[in-house]
Write a new protein. Structure first.
Length: 299
C-alpha cells in the first residue's frame, strides 16, 4: 500500500525524529557485520556508522523508494552496503554479528495478511544468518497484557480522533462501550456529542490492547491514516515475544517496555486519561507501553 508524496515525506520525517531513541539498542550491538533491516531512509544507518566505524553496515529495505533514498544518501560510502530484499528471505554471503529490526516486525505482520507465521519465519531466517553469539535486536510496538480499562478523552478533538479511529481501524473488531459508573457497575449509554459526554462524566470501556493501538496511532497526520490504520502496531505481548524466541533457540539478553517520553508530553497527557477499576474504585493507571526493546542472542 503506497503513501502519497506528502504522506511519505511525513513518514520519513517521523522516522528521522525517532532515531535517537532507537540508539537505546546500541549497547547490545555485536560489532563487525551489522544488518539494519528495514532501514527506510537511513536515519538509523547513519547513527550505526557513527557509533561503529569499524563495522560494515548492511542497509536492507524492500521499498524501491527507500532503496533509492538509501543509495543517494550513502553513495560512495564503502562502509555501507544497500540491498533490496524483504526480511523473510534476506540472505548474505557472510555470517552476521547483529541484525536490528526497528519498527519493522509489525509491518512484516501487517503487510503479510496479519500472519504471525511470517514473523516467526523471519526470526528463523535471522537465526540462520547470525553467528553463534550473534544478536537479534528488536524495537517495536508491543501489546500490553489484556485487561479492561477506561478511557477519558480530555477535549473534543481527542474524542473525535477516538471516533475516527474506531470507524477506520480494520485490522480486527474493536469492542468498546461508552457509559458511566453507578456505584461499581458500568452502565452503557452512548452520548449524542462530546458536550454531553463531558457533562455526564462518561467514560469509554475498552480492552487494554485496543487502547494501546489507539494511542499508537490517533495523533498521526490524516494523510497517513489509510496506511497506519491498516497496520497492527503491537502483535504480541513482551512475554509472548520472549517465549517464541526462546522456542527458536535464542537466549533473552534484555527485555523492556516503556512509553516514549515525547508521546507522554506531546500527546497522551494532553488528550486522554486512562483508568481502571480497583476494589470497586476507579483509579488512574499508567498508559499502556508504546514501545519494547528485546535483545536475543543465538546460542
Amino acid at each position: 500500500m503506497d503513501r502519497t508524496a506528502k504522506g511519505q515525506k511525513l513518514y520519513v520525517s517521523a522516522m528521522e525524529k525517532s532515531a535517537l531513541d532507537k540508539m537505546r539498542l546500541f549497547p547490545f550491538v555485536r560489532e563487525k557485520m551489522i544488518v539494519d533491516m528495514g532501514a527506510g531512509a537511513g536515519a538509523l544507518t547513519v547513527l550505526l556508522q557513527q557509533k561503529f566505524p569499524q563495522s560494515k553496515i548492511i542497509a536492507v529495505d524492500n521499498s524501491p523508494d527507500m532503496i533509492a533514498r538509501l543509495k543517494k544518501r550513502f553513495q560512495g560510502n564503502h562502509q555501507i552496503e544497500v540491498i533490496k530484499s524483504n526480511a523473510e528471505t534476506f540472505s548474505y554471503s557472510s555470517a552476521i554479528d547483529t541484525i536490528l529490526f526497528v519498527s519493522v516486525i509489525h509491518e512484516i505482520f501487517s503487510f503479510n495478511h496479519y500472519s504471525h507465521q511470517e514473523v516467526i519465519k523471519t526470526f528463523h531466517q535471522a537465526q540462520k544468518l547470525l553467528k553463534k553469539g550473534g544478536r537479534l535486536l528488536i524495537r517495536d510496538g508491543v501489546q500490553p497484557e489484556q485487561e479492561t480499562l477506561y478511557l477519558q478523552p480530555k477535549h473534543e478533538d481527542a474524542y473525535q480522533r477516538f471516533n475516527k479511529f474506531t470507524e477506520s481501524f480494520k485490522v480486527r473488531p474493536l469492542v468498546f462501550s461508552e457509559g458511566i459508573f453507578q456505584k461499581d457497575s458500568f452502565v452503557q449509554h452512548h452520548p449524542r456529542d462530546f458536550d454531553e459526554f463531558k457533562k455526564g462524566h462518561y467514560l469509554i470501556e475498552m480492552h487494554s490492547q485496543d487502547i494501546s493501538e489507539l494511542l499508537s496511532k490517533y495523533f498521526y497526520p490524516l494523510e497517513n491514516w489509510r496506511i497506519e490504520l491498516s497496520e497492527q502496531f503491537g502483535i504480541w505481548t513482551l512475554r509472548e515475544y520472549q517465549h517464541i524466541l526462546i522456542e527458536l533457540g535464542f537466549y533473552i539478553v534484555y527485555a523492556e517496555t516503556y512509553v516514549l517520553p515525547y508521546l507522554l508530553k506531546t500527546h497522551y497527557t494532553k488528550d486522554f486519561a486512562v483508568c481502571k477499576l480497583e476494589n470497586g474504585l476507579l483509579v488512574k493507571t499508567p498508559y499502556p507501553p508504546s514501545t519494547m526493546i528485546l535483545v536475543a542472542e543465538k546460542t
